[in-house]
Ligand binder design. Structure first.
Ligand SMILES: [Zn+2]
Ligand SMILES: [Zn+2]
Length: 269
């Protein structure tokens, strides 16, 4: 069982369930010592996808702040967001960055209201996805890359482009000291999926983590919780770990993401 999780959503995103306090109570029950909330970032211009409205954002901050105080003697709570790198939303993104304890990058679409990262089927689109990750790091936007392999969700075969993408992400991770997440969310909830070249989880994806292990990139386990009950089972953690079980990954347990964020913010903002 892990004791730190930086990847936690709230019902405000529209595809999570339970009250904020239930997340905190379940995390305590599961033995967590550090809990970071990182719900999907709202943008000023509304996006027709799954995230809170901008109007809900102050209440999100307020709710977590009051839980942080209420449960201070039982668990350390931090406030973040899961952001995308969208250059045309930079003003908003940089204000989140300055305000919050930390940010994680979940590049769900290639551009603001552009193609979904879950629909990538060729090497060119995969490289556009990697470019977005790189730009987020170049601009100091985030403190870890959530599900770096989300772009392989419908990618048909583990071809040379996948290897090239993994190598570039690994190099970015090392250059910017940016941990890569082993995600225990949707990719493993749904079980093994059938692809042209065999069965695998939607993510995490072995082809990526082979490269991350070879290059000894820092890896953080992220539960990507959308339901408080998910804190109370090891099933999805075990599935995610099974993908890398015989790889020599550099997994950082209890990594202090807030300290890393403070350092990065001083450098960039
Ligand atoms: Zn979500
Ligand atoms: Zn997430």
């Amino acid at each position: 069982m892990i004791t730190t999780n930086w990847h936690t959503h709230t019902k405000r995103c529209g595809h999570a369930i339970g009250e904020d306090e239930e997340y905190v109570q379940a995390a305590i029950q599961a033995g967590l010592k550090t809990l970071g909330f990182s719900d999907h970032a709202p943008y000023l211009e509304p996006l027709p996808s799954e995230r809170m409205n901008y109007e809900q954002y102050p209440e999100y901050l307020q709710s977590i702040a009051s839980l942080k105080e209420k449960y201070a003697d039982q668990i350390r709570i931090y406030t973040g967001l899961e952001v995308e790198y969208y250059p045309d939303q930079w003003e908003q993104l940089s204000s989140y960055r300055k305000q919050l304890d930390y940010c994680i990058l979940g590049q769900h679409t290639l551009t603001f209201d552009g193609p979904s990262s879950y629909q990538i089927q060729n090497g060119d689109a995969l490289m556009r996805y990697v470019n977005a990750i790189e730009q987020a790091c170049v601009h100091g936007l985030c403190d870890y890359i959530a599900h770096p392999d989300v772009a392989l969700w419908t990618y048909p075969v583990m071809d040379g482009s996948v290897r090239a993408a993994a190598e570039r992400i690994a190099d970015i991770s090392l250059q910017y000291n940016m941990p890569l997440e082993l995600n225990c969310g949707s990719g493993v909830y749904r079980g093994l999926k059938e692809y042209e070249d065999g069965e695998r989880y939607g993510y995490p994806t072995r082809a990526f983590f082979e490269v991350f292990a070879e290059k000894q990139c820092p890896v953080i386990i992220g539960m990507d919780i959308h339901d408080p009950q998910k804190f109370l089972t090891d099933l999805y953690l075990e599935r995610a770990l099974s993908v890398i079980s015989d790889l020599n990954c550099n997994v950082l347990y209890d990594f202090d993401l807030v300290q890393a964020a403070e350092k990065r913010k001083r450098e960039f903002y």
